[in-house]
Design a binder for this molecule. Structure first.
Ligand code: MG
Length: 392
């Protein structure tokens, strides 16, 4: 099995890459496609899903109506996929699988970014909690309705393994084979490790851009961050007359490039040192093999802390997140207290889930409904439920 290169689409992948020919398969077996690999099909299924289209109107950091230039979850996911694919190609990993995981990683995100996720987790505290990674898996396994023969998108094991990047041990116990690695502390395949890291690289850098655009931070503040200062110095020296916007974009471009090149070099080294010859070797390795070097990782973390302090905890962002938490809490409480207020299809789901699992079933059905909302739909639904002047 290992040793011979695999043909991932038209490209040749390394023996330690995920290989669609030896995939652990789909939950519901399907005939193979004549022209597409299994991972291409995964990627295509994600793109055609309802949940993917809704990401257009879901917040990354800035609420969708704040401006047209800010990242939303869909543009964030596309940037993750771009970074992931570039690195996958350099390391001879499966690009399609990397892209599938990248595009699907946030499908379970609530409206209003992390504030929404925290609020829903609080609402669900007595009923098993709410984790957006687990919800992404629920979306592709259960919630999407696109096939006559099975629920969900029926993705491959390798894609599902990548989508579930974190999971509490309690929840992992209920997931069978897929949850096993969180209990045994094993690694996922390299494409999954890569999509996870590409996510971090993408948001760390685009939140600098969005934070500057929103006026939450200034270039002068950012100069305290080594990674930024280093490239800012270089760009200023080479192009002293450059207009501020282009200056920022040139700096961010170089920051991403430095981290990406570092991930490629560091991962190549780690893969060689670990001597892995198959995805099973990768899964059994001591730690992740896709990684930044210690030096670049320290820079990356410093930037992340800077953003935490100056962007995510900026009073204007906090006002937004406070409102968002209130809206989600109101929606959940109203619909949980009286599920008859849900649209018929969802009310039916809630009734069926409650008959099977009691109040926890009802809560999960309400959480699925609320989590699926876009920012603007959540605001509209809130007015419909609480503002007597709004049409219902
Ligand atoms: Mg993300």
């Amino acid at each position: 099995m290992s040793g011979a290169p695999s043909s991932g689409g038209t490209r040749t992948t390394a023996p330690y890459a995920a290989r669609h020919e030896t995939s652990r398969g789909r939950r519901y077996p399907e005939p193979v496609s004549e022209h597409r690999t299994e991972y291409q099909r995964d990627r295509d299924r994600v793109i055609h899903s309802n949940a993917f289209r809704r990401l257009v109107y879901k917040t990354q950091v800035f609420v969708n109506h704040e401006g047209d230039l800010y990242r939303t979850r869909v543009t964030h996911s596309m940037e993750v996929a771009q970074i992931g694919r570039s690195i996958a190609r350099a390391l001879a990993l499966d690009e399609d699988l990397t892209e599938a995981i990248s595009l699907a990683h946030d499908l379970g995100h609530t409206p209003f970014g992390h504030a929404g996720q925290d609020a829903l987790n609080e609402c669900m505290r007595e009923y098993g909690g709410f984790e957006h990674n687990l919800q992404s898996l629920r979306v592709v396994d259960e919630i999407e309705e696109r096939y006559a023969d099975f629920p969900g998108l029926n993705l491959t094991y390798e894609a599902r393994e990548g989508i579930l990047k974190h999971c509490s041990v309690n929840n992992a116990r209920q997931l069978g084979e897929l949850g096993q690695r969180f209990i045994e502390r094993r690694q996922p395949g390299l494409e999954a490790q890569l999509a996870n890291l590409a996510d971090e690289i993408a948001y760390n850098n685009h939140d600098v851009d969005d934070g500057l655009r929103a006026g939450l931070i200034e270039v002068d503040d950012l100069r305290d961050v080594r990674l930024f200062a280093r490239h800012h110095d270089a760009v200023r020296a080479a192009y002293p007359e450059l207009a501020p916007r282009r200056m920022i974009h040139e700096v961010i471009r170089r920051m991403i490039n430095e981290v990406v090149l570092d991930v490629i070099d560091t991962s190549e080294e780690r893969i060689a040192r670990a001597g892995v010859a198959s995805i099973d070797d990768v899964r059994a390795a001591d730690g992740p093999l896709i990684a930044m070097s210690a030096v670049v990782h320290a820079d990356h973390v410093a930037l992340k802390h800077f953003l935490g302090e100056h962007v995510y905890r900026h009073y204007r962002v906090l006002r937004m997140t406070t409102k968002a938490r209130r809206v989600l809490r109101d929606l959940f409480d109203a619909l949980f207290d009286d599920p008859r207020l849900l649209p018929e299809e969802y009310a039916d789901n809630a009734r069926a889930a409650e008959a099977e699992l009691g109040k926890a079933g009802r809560a999960r059905a309400v959480a699925d409904y609320v989590a699926g909302m876009t920012d603007r739909f959540a605001m509209l639904e809130h007015r419909r439920l609480f503002d007597p002047g709004e049409r219902t």
